[in-house]
Ligand binder design. Structure first.
Ligand code: AMP
Length: 123
């Protein structure tokens, strides 16, 4: 059961729930019991993959609070995809939480970025 705050997307209208269900096309690179990983439509690096849980949660904290090991599953999948993409030694994982932090889709997703150098701090 996920928790919604005002302004967040219900699962019935969620783009990434549509991808998980196979109703919205995506370049899926990995799927398993808990997670689906697909290429970002506007990639910011040679490897830019989004890893999502099958269940709808608006953000990483909500997924963690659910207590099903969902965040662990996202990170495990990201590591497996990084290995498959040949970037296992150097990659960046990002959860944006909230519009001011850059979140635009309110179904938690872990960005996996690799294949180039990154700077810090981020913009
Ligand atoms: P965020 O801004 O952290 O919420 O990340 C959302 C990401 O979803 C952005 O990097 C978008 O480019 C990506 N995105 C939006 N729509 C799609 C889609 N249909 N398929 C794949 N990636 C998408």
């Amino acid at each position: 059961m996920s928790v919604y705050r005002r302004g967040m997307t219900p699962a019935s209208e969620c783009l990434f729930c549509g991808i998980v269900a196979g109703d919205v096309p995506a370049d899926v690179v990995h799927d398993d019991e808990q997670t689906v990983a697909f290429r970002d439509i506007n990639g910011q690096a040679p490897t830019h993959v989004l890893v999502v849980p099958r269940d709808h949660h608006p953000n990483a904290a909500s997924l963690a609070t659910a207590g099903q090991g969902g965040v662990d599953a996202l990170v495990r999948t990201a590591a497996a995809v990084a290995a498959a993409e040949g970037v296992a030694e150097d990659y960046r994982l990002v959860f944006n939480t909230g519009a001011e932090a850059g979140q635009s889709v309110f179904h938690v997703h872990l960005h996996l970025l690799g294949g180039r150098s990154f700077t810090w701090p981020p913009g």
